[in-house]
Design a protein around this ligand. Structure first.
Ligand code: HEM
Length: 409
């Protein structure tokens, strides 16, 4: 997905744009469309040729309301447009596809394991990995930063989950295929429906991991013996939640890294501020998250007749909350199309909002801060060294190729 400067005032009819079309994000730019929608059609209904329909919400306030309020908007029937209108088999089993109180019973023990404190001992290993990842730049060569970043989350999620290192590359490709089944770059397995195949392989993988794992040696073992109310986790719940943790980390973190570096190539004066100490890596990471919004949307279904921005919403409608749009809402962010590494306040929704707020956010923040601290130590200035390629996905605002060179410090 392109990330533009302030879109020029244009006449765009939201009825003519298909925000669900993955190809639109490979070649197009949703920002001019979202800007018009926030202004003129903040709650917009689209009916597909096959009769299925969904509402799009684009303002920060409506996106927050949809994500926050499970009594009006449920996660149990699916949270991604790719399964619009289908029953979500993970409903009530996978944390991301549950509502409270089932959701809390799964989330609370997991959140304790994924806290800042539990992750601190892994910092040195993550830092070493970042140095390896950046080595081609240190050697004076070009680096496809997006490609190099793809495997990065495996180094912390894979390590925490205790997954064998020789499987990491395979798992990274499968998780990307699961969110971008239309993108041929990541086709790991041949034939038919890529989404189904990716899910099938990942579930089979985790079922095998669960079988062979003793209790508590690592995150998978912990999940196996984790209390869920008055019982332990069922095999199916374990498989779904391992899948969700891996997917959550793998498909988002690399894109925050690549999109932020791309922004540094376009706004070198902002990057220089990290070197001269007028901005912090912590704030730059938050602005990179706002700017890139790696999770492009999350979906809910309304369970009651309600309204959003004064527009009636009928019970049973699918409602798609576009996070990338909310993060450019001029009602919340001053000059939202300015990339400002010391933006404050920065109430971005890149990690969502409410009960499903990203459980991996502490881990992602540690990893991104370590990554950019090493980048700033090494690189004085970035330059683009080739064309940027964007992921064909309506779910992840991804970059799949970002060739850069660096002037070293
Ligand atoms: C830059 C990195 C990341 C971004 C932008 C991101 C984004 C998000 C968002 C927007 C949600 C809310 C989903 C909803 O409302 O339905 C979410 C939830 C979730 N994320 Fe992340 N995520 C990131 C990193 C991670 C990591 C590193 C992990 C794993 C360790 C992870 C695992 C999850 C899980 C399991 C959920 C579901 C939480 C729940 O339902 O309570 N994410 N993430």
């Amino acid at each position: 997905m392109r990330i533009t400067a302030q879109p020029r005032p244009e006449r765009i009819d939201p009825d003519t744009v298909d925000l669900g079309d993955p190809a639109f994000y490979a070649e197009g730019d949703p920002h001019p469309v979202w800007t018009v929608m926030r202004r003129e059609a903040p709650v917009h209904r689209r009916t597909l040729p096959d009769g299925r329909s969904f509402l799009s919400v684009t303002r920060h306030a409506d996106v927050s309301a949809v994500l926050r309020d499970h009594t009006r908007f449920t996660s149990r029937r699916g949270t991604m447009l790719s399964i619009l209108g289908e029953r979500d088999p993970a409903g009530d089993k996978m944390m991301a596809a549950c509502d409270p109180p089932v959701h809390g019973a799964l989330r609370e023990p997991m959140a304790r394991v994924l806290s800042f404190a539990r992750l601190r001992p892994h910092q040195e290993a993550i830092r070493r990995l970042v140095r390896t990842l950046l080595q081609p730049l240190a050697d004076g060569g070009p680096l496809d930063l997006a490609a190099a970043a793809t495997g990065f989350p495996m180094a912390f999620t894979g390590a925490l989950m205790g997954l064998p290192e020789q499987d990491w590359e395979y798992l990274a490709r499968l998780t990307t295929m699961a969110v971008a089944p239309e993108d041929a770059t990541f086709h790991q397995v041949g034939g038919g429906a890529k989404l189904v195949r990716a899910h099938h392989e990942l579930f089979a993988y985790f079922a095998e991991q669960a079988r062979s794992r003793g209790p508590r040696d690592d995150l998978v073992g912990f999940l196996r013996s984790m209390p869920v109310g008055d019982r332990t986790m069922r095999r199916e719940e374990l498989v779904y939640n391992c899948y969700s943790l891996l997917l959550g980390a793998n498909v988002t973190t690399p894109h925050a890294m690549a999109a932020t570096v791309l922004a540094f190539t376009e706004h070198p004066e902002q990057y220089r501020r990290l070197g001269d100490g007028t901005a912090t890596v912590e704030d730059a990471v938050e602005e990179g998250l706002r700017w890139s919004s790696p999770a492009n949307h999350f979906m809910r279904y309304s369970v009651v007749d309600t309204e959003l921005s004064g527009v009636p919403v009928r019970a049973g409608e699918a409602v798609v909350a576009w996070l990338g749009s909310a993060n450019r809402d001029e009602r919340v962010f001053a000059d939202p199309f300015a990339f400002d590494v010391s933006r404050s306040p920065n109430r971005h929704l890149a990690f969502g909002f409410g009960p499903h707020y990203c459980i991996g956010a502490p881990l992602a923040r540690i990893a991104l801060r370590l990554f950019f601290a090493e980048v700033v130590r090494l690189v004085g200035e970035f330059e683009l060294a080739g064309p940027v390629e964007h992921l064909r996905s309506n779910f992840v605002a991804g970059i799949k190729s970002l060739p850069v060179t660096a002037k070293l410090r």
